[in-house]
Design a protein around this ligand. Structure first.
Ligand SMILES: Nc1ncnc2c1ncn2[C@@H]1O[C@H](COP(=O)(O)OP(=O)(O)O)[C@@H](O)[C@H]1O
Ligand SMILES: [Mg+2]
Length: 345
């Protein structure tokens, strides 16, 4: 439950997770350790809060080491929070692991939950018993996953002989066989080729639309976010940076527009546009960059048309890549949206 009293299917509330790491100190020895603790505390997640409503797909986005997998592991019950709490379908995953397992399907793209040496179908049959799925439900689900994920060609192949793409598809099917209310997908498309990625995305979209499953997804692939996520939670160094739709995230983190000008003839000297940064790519090719909030596009295009011999121009829409460039670089995040552009003074 949240402060507002709305029941969330997945809830992360003021989650903090510390890891104790053995201190690497070349002078350490029995005597030294009497005076200094042999452990360092590493803060992986710090005061993180967000929630998912039933049927939502939320993308957890952040650079390497931001705390995405740690958050997922707390949500699965693999790790206990240091402080704060998480809930899945109203349950505490660490304390109530068995009941949560029924509500939950999990895919870690880099690890398989399938038995290595047995044919894929045997793992599914085992899971059917573990989760007490009826034969009729099992058959129906197998038909769906076999078709949508294209499993037929390797259902009788041992997992160790599968390609990565086949293995992840098989894992996704395993995670969904018992019709969980919630799916956690940690980097599900990592290392997959384009065909496997699009198959996976199709499946995720289809099961959400047909079953209303709630999905939390971490990914480095921006297309996963663009094609699947209703909402984005952006995290950095274990804390939440931003939460919103893709459009809102772009507006916040990629506030610049670039207009590309093609001149009909060379202009001697500097080209200036008030309030914008002008970069010259070549004699006849110029880029004008400005904040959309400060400067309407029409004002920029009007100005350059009146002052320079413009033959053509194109307006570049901000892309999700721009956001990622901002969050993946290492500058302090408060400085992501400066009020005045460098160089425009
Ligand atoms: N078991 C662990 N012991 C110590 N540090 C860990 C452990 N797991 C993760 N970390 C550290 O916690 C931080 C967050 O890791 P992780 O959640 O895996 O990030 P992400 O999935 O966003 O790349 C990283 O600095 C990582 O090195
Ligand atoms: Mg990770």
């Amino acid at each position: 439950m949240t402060a507002g009293g709305i029941l969330k299917t997945v809830e992360v509330s003021d989650l903090t997770k510390h890891f104790r790491i053995r201190r690497r100190d070349e002078r350490s020895g029995p005597v030294r350790n009497l005076f200094r603790p042999a452990w360092d505390i590493h803060v992986a997640v710090s005061g993180l809060s967000f929630g998912l409503a039933e049927g939502e797909i939320v993308g957890l986005l952040g650079s390497n080491g931001a705390g995405k997998s740690t958050t997922m592991k707390c949500l699965c019950g693999i790790l206990a929070p240091t402080s704060g709490f998480v809930r899945v379908a109203g349950l505490d995953p660490f304390r109530d692991r068995k009941r949560v397992a029924r509500e939950l399907g999990v895919v870690f793209g880099q690890k398989t939950t399938l038995w290595w040496d047995v044919p894929v179908i045997d793992t599914y049959r085992l899971l059917r018993h573990v989760y007490e799925v009826s034969a009729a439900d099992f058959d129906r689900m197998m038909d769906t996953v076999t078709e949508v994920l294209g499993l037929a060609e390797f259902l009788n192949t041992p997992v160790r002989q599968l390609s990565l793409g086949q293995r992840v598809r098989a894992d996704l099917a395993a995670a969904f066989l018992h019709r969980p209310r919630v799916l956690f997908l940690d980097e599900p498309t990592i290392g997959l080729d384009i065909a496997a990625k699009s198959r996976l995305r199709e499946f995720v979209k289809q099961i959400r639309d047909e079953t209303g499953v709630t999905i939390l997804l971490t990914t480095h692939d921006l297309q996963d976010i663009e094609l699947l996520s209703d909402r984005i939670v952006l995290i950095d160094r274990g804390g939440k940076l931003f939460e919103g739709t893709l459009a809102e995230t772009i507006a916040r983190f990629a506030p610049y527009t670039t207009v590309r000008l093609e001149l009909s003839q060379d202009v001697p000297g500097e080209i200036r546009v008030p309030g914008a940064v002008v970069e010259r790519d070549s004699e006849l090719s110029v880029r004008v960059r400005f904040r959309r909030d400060d400067l309407p596009i029409t004002e920029v295009t009007g100005y350059v048309m009146r002052h320079y011999p413009v033959r053509d121009f194109t307006v570049g829409e901000p892309q999700i890549e721009d956001i990622v460039r901002e969050i993946y670089d290492d500058t302090p995040k408060a400085a992501v949206v400066p009020k005045v552009l460098d160089g425009s003074r």
